[in-house]
Design a protein around this ligand. Structure first.
Ligand code: PGA
Length: 268
């Protein structure tokens, strides 16, 4: 069952769908991705996906793996670009987003290894700017991103675009916000072990995608979701820039939607 948008959802400046559970959202988003892969494949075309890490997209990846196994969904025509990676970070480390993607998706489907792109956390810092330019060029050479999957951090980050990231920012090295490092502390067995920096696609890189799907689950995300969707467009909340995208969609579970006006009004 979904909570239907009503008069209060006019405060929402990004199209937003609220479903009961994270599972329902994930199955719906996985279906959209699978349909896109098949539709582009039926015309002999590649499908370029922008992918995210973290707890939020895990069930989407599980469902895509299930569709690959049970329904013959092929990723042979899929090219992927991941949003970000900690810096420094070796790909075999426990917290590596390279490792995360292999374990949750790439090792379990038929994607061609040469079609997978994830920022490299092992570079010499002096090589990062040129590497980031090449990452941007590779996205363009692939034809641009058809669908970008996003989570959101409690700072409002998309990718690792922390507060202060401009609308025109591109792939670059960024310093992580304190709150982001606190939220990652348990993964690293303590905040002091969390890297201080990351390589991330920019806000501008993300907004170039033809379709953007942001998912958020749980009460911890409710305040920042309300700011991103109902508040002003501001570099203080990078996700608020989605309000300026013509084809962005936000999917929430009930807990993440709790601070939206439509959920707060007692008579709705
Ligand atoms: P999460 O992270 O999916 O683990 O909540 C989201 C993010 O920080 O972008």
């Amino acid at each position: 069952m979904s909570v239907e948008p009503d008069v209060f959802s006019s405060k929402e400046k990004v199209p937003t769908i609220v479903l009961d559970s994270a599972k329902e959202v994930s199955l719906s988003v996985a279906r959209e991705i699978a349909d896109l892969i098949r539709e582009r494949g039926s015309h002999g075309r590649t499908c370029v996906l922008g992918l995210a890490t973290g707890s939020t997209p895990m069930t989407v990846y599980n469902e895509l793996v299930r569709m690959h196994r049970d329904e013959g969904l092929s990723f042979a025509n899929v090219i992927t670009f991941n949003l970000d990676e900690y810096f420094p970070m070796r790909p075999e480390e426990l917290q590596s987003y390279n490792r995360f993607m292999r374990e949750h998706l790439f090792d379990r489907i038929d994607i061609k290894p040469e079609n997978v792109h994830i920022p490299d956390g092992t570079l010499d810092v002096s090589d990062v700017p040129e590497y980031c330019r090449r990452y941007e060029r590779a996205i363009q050479d692939a034809g641009g991103i058809d669908l970008q999957l996003l989570g959101i951090g409690r700072t409002g980050h998309i990718g690792f675009n922390e507060p202060g990231s401009s609308r025109t920012s591109r792939t670059r090295l960024i310093t992580l916000d304190r709150l982001t490092r606190m939220d990652a502390a348990s993964d690293f067995f303590g905040e002091p072990n969390v890297p201080r920096r990351a390589i991330t696609m920019g806000v501008g890189t993300i907004l170039d995608a033809r379709r953007i799907v942001l998912m958020a689950f749980g009460e911890n995300k409710a305040p920042i979701i309300a700011q991103a969707i109902e508040g002003p467009v501001t570099p203080t909340v990078a996700a608020s820039f989605l309000q300026e995208h013509p084809n962005a969609q936000v999917y929430l579970d009930a807990a993440a939607a709790a601070e939206l006006t439509r959920c707060k009004c007692p008579w709705t």
